[in-house]
Ligand binder design. Structure first.
Ligand code: UDP
Ligand code: MG
Length: 340
């Protein structure tokens, strides 16, 4: 019998390369400070590192300043977009250009505290593949804070793969998991959802959300709304399920109305001519519409699934397949020896 020899993942490299990916749009005012803080955090980590800025079509001095910083500092790499493509696209580009064994994604507006990076790396060295910041003590105004609070809770409740509360982009992802995220073709991207979707060992670490360096968020409320829609429609089929609920309620209402109107038509004579047939027809076709939308939605969601072609599964590790391969090679050697 073949003994079970677990082919576990290789332990973390003793001297890993860590990439810090930072998308930015018009953040010239803080780029030098930010680079200094990130380097300071990385230097305490016993690792090699690179800082990957993704300039998402900034219109301020960010472009020239980044080139200047990169000339002075060989750890800094910069990707300049041809125009503004949005935060999520910039995160994707950062993951694609990063070469690290572990990749940290963070904002460039000083809201994500670089001092959390060594804590992420500690967890990664313990064997976690995804270490995400669970944000607390947000400094945004009450309305925005409440929106974020409600959004994460609603999303978690309705998502097919529950997405942790208060976990945004900030966090570390192991290269292997990052490669799976990069290979997901979703055009409508919500990075925290994709990161959750790929699985592997994940853990949250509480990190205080700092204040923005200025009072002008670069992601507008409209863009935030679009992102929330991406999150809901990419990770939940709940909106579709609602139509079944609407159809069920409408059918019940239809049955009730049929009974009510027919009773008056047949027994009390209180029914105005045309009222019974109108009410029955309207409620019946209303229910039929909701049911039809639900059924159409089932097809649409399947087409959507097929088109974005997410993998059916992702393997974390394999056990004993190496033994089988070794045996096959051994058998081939014996065969060759016999022939010789
Ligand atoms: N950002 C970007 N492209 C955009 C808008 C924003 O790369 O079109 C960057 C921005 O410079 C910052 C990060 O994305 O580093 C988060 O933006 P913001 O602070 O406006 O978002 P919030 O913190 O309010 O969610
Ligand atoms: Mg911000």
């Amino acid at each position: 019998m073949i003994s079970v020899a677990e082919h576990d993942e290789s332990p973390r490299a003793p001297d890993p390369l860590v990439s810090v990916v930072m998308p930015l749009y018009n953040e010239a005012a803080v780029l030098r400070t930010l680079t200094g803080l990130v380097e300071e955090a990385l230097q305490s980590c016993r690792c090699r590192y690179e800082i990957v800025y993704v300039n998402d079509g900034s219109r301020d001095e960010s472009e020239d300043l980044l080139d200047e910083i990169a000339r002075e500092n060989p750890h800094v790499r910069v990707v300049h977009f041809s125009r503004n493509f949005g935060h999520q696209a910039a995160v994707q580009a950062g993951l694609m250009f990063a070469a690290g064994d572990a990749i940290v994604v963070m904002d460039s507006d000083l809201q994500d505290d670089p001092a959390a990076i060594p804590r992420f790396l500690e967890r990664w060295r313990e064997g976690y593949d995804v270490v995400y910041a669970v944000r607390f003590n947000r400094k945004e105004n009450l309305a925005k804070r409440s929106l974020f609070y409600a959004f994460y809770r609603v999303l978690n409740a309705i998502s097919d793969t529950p997405i942790p509360h208060d976990a945004g982009n900030f966090g570390l992802i192991d290269r292997r998991a990052a490669e799976h995220v990069v290979r997901m073709y979703d055009r409508d991207r919500f990075y925290p959802g994709l990161r959750r979707w790929v699985g592997f060992r994940q853990i949250g670490v509480p990190v205080e959300r700092l204040a923005r360096h200025d009072d002008q968020p670069r992601v507008t409320l409209r863009q935030l709304g679009r992102l929330a829609k991406s999150a809901v429609f990419s990770f939940s089929s709940f909106p579709l399920t609602m139509f079944y609920a609407i159809a069920a309620v409408s059918l019940l209402a239809c049955a009730g109305l049929c009974g009510f109107t027919l009773y008056h038509k047949l027994f009390t004579g209180l029914a105005i001519p045309g009222w019974t047939s109108m009410t029955i027809a309207a409620s019946f076709f209303g229910a039929l519409n909701a049911l039809g939308i639900g059924i159409l939605g089932e097809y649409v969601i399947r087409i959507y699934d097929q088109v974005r072609a997410r993998p059916l599964f992702i393997v974390q590790r394999e056990v004993n397949f190496a033994l089988r391969d070794a045996e096959a090679i051994g058998a081939a050697d014996v065969g060759n020896a016999l022939r010789d």
